[in-house]
Design a protein around this ligand. Structure first.
Ligand SMILES: Cc1cc2nc3c(=O)[nH]c(=O)nc-3n(C[C@H](O)[C@H](O)[C@H](O)COP(=O)(O)OP(=O)(O)OC[C@H]3O[C@@H](n4cnc5c(N)ncnc54)[C@H](O)[C@@H]3O)c2cc1C
Length: 289
């Protein structure tokens, strides 16, 4: 068990994101992926939360299980949209009592297949959730950062100011996935200019399906560079080729980020081990598997 802020002080971290499975089939797939991903010895594993509470119990159960029954340090995502303050306090108290030390405090987005937004909750912004978490326990608290600016912010500079405010009270940030190195560098420089030098871990998402990445980009406001779409479009109906190119693109970005001295890399695994394992191996991270 560890606080991720302590791990970051000790050096660069390589970490992964998983989501709690929704069905028995998805559960079996996750178990297979987990067996492989554990071999990569990630510094920590973060578990997503369905905004509005759709995965409240499943997120909790997976976080607590990984924390106590595996070699992995777990971090629980928690979103404040569509929640009453007491519901959030209840979740945080349960994590505290279960010995979970790491929380990723977020606003929350509707699921990929939703056709409407989320209702407001008692807390307006992720910053309020950071403060609530801190009032419950001395958790290590992380927040999200958006290299291209958050899509609902009026402009990038305003979003950078909001990110700086929440990172001032949080321990570190993990970014939304992105494809342009310059967006990440600009984010870190802007935060530094605003007086915030906490670690900002870049999030890397290997493209494994053109349809999924298109939907995720729409939601997060991420732009896929023309150079990447040009490579993907001719093979869009060949899943193995898409995956191969996705791994190549993520490896190239990872290499550039490592050369820039980033504090870590966080992999959006989509509950699949193969792409992350290949990128790990290509980048020479962790044990070759
Ligand atoms: C690493 C990572 C993990 C994620 N995991 C999940 C997950 O598990 N579940 C899920 O549903 N979503 C998840 N998301 C998506 C996230 O919930 C969305 O990106 C969401 O739209 C914004 O979340 P946030 O925490 O950055 O929000 P906030 O920090 O609350 O920001 C939201 C918007 O409000 C603006 N804002 C902030 N403060 C102020 C202020 N004081 N005044 C005016 N405007 C303000 C910001 O500029 C931004 O436009 C994740 C994102 C990342 C990067």
């Amino acid at each position: 068990m560890a606080r991720i802020s302590d791990l970051l002080e000790g050096g660069r971290t390589f970490s992964i994101e998983l989501w709690p499975p929704r069905s028995e089939t998805a559960e079996r797939r996750l178990e297979t992926a987990l067996a492989e991903l554990q071999l990569l010895r990630p510094a920590f594993t973060s578990i997503t939360y369905g905004a509005g509470g759709s995965t409240r119990e499943r997120t909790h159960d997976l976080v607590v299980r990984l924390q106590h029954q595996s070699s992995m340090t777990a971090m629980a995502h928690l979103t404040c949209a569509a929640h009453r303050r007491e519901q959030l306090e209840d979740v945080l108290v349960r994590y505290r009592d279960a010995g979970v030390e790491n929380i990723l405090a977020l606003h929350g987005d509707p699921p990929l297949d939703a056709d409407s937004g989320l209702p407001d909750g008692d807390l307006r912004y992720a910053l309020d959730l950071v403060e609530l978490a801190r009032s419950v326990s001395p958790f290590c608290v992380a927040v999200a950062a958006h290299p291209e600016g958050h899509p609902q912010a009026p402009d990038r500079a305003t979003d950078r100011r909001h990110t700086a405010l929440k990172l001032e009270v949080a321990d570190f940030a993990i970014t939304q996935f992105f494809f342009h190195l310059e967006d990440y560098l600009d984010l870190v420089e802007s935060l530094s200019a605003l007086g915030v030098d906490k670690p900002v871990i870049p999030g890397i998402m290997p493209i494994t399906s053109v349809r999924t990445v298109t939907r995720m980009c729409e939601l997060s406001g991420t732009e896929v560079p023309r150079s990447v779409t040009d490579r993907l479009e001719p093979v869009a109906d060949q899943p193995d080729e898409v995956r191969r190119i996705g791994v190549e693109v993520a490896t190239e970005l990872g290499q550039k980020l490592l050369a820039e001295g980033v504090p870590g890399l966080h992999f959006y695994t989509m509950n699949q081990a193969a792409a992350t394992r290949e990128i790990y191996n290509n980048l020479g991270l962790g044990p070759a598997v």
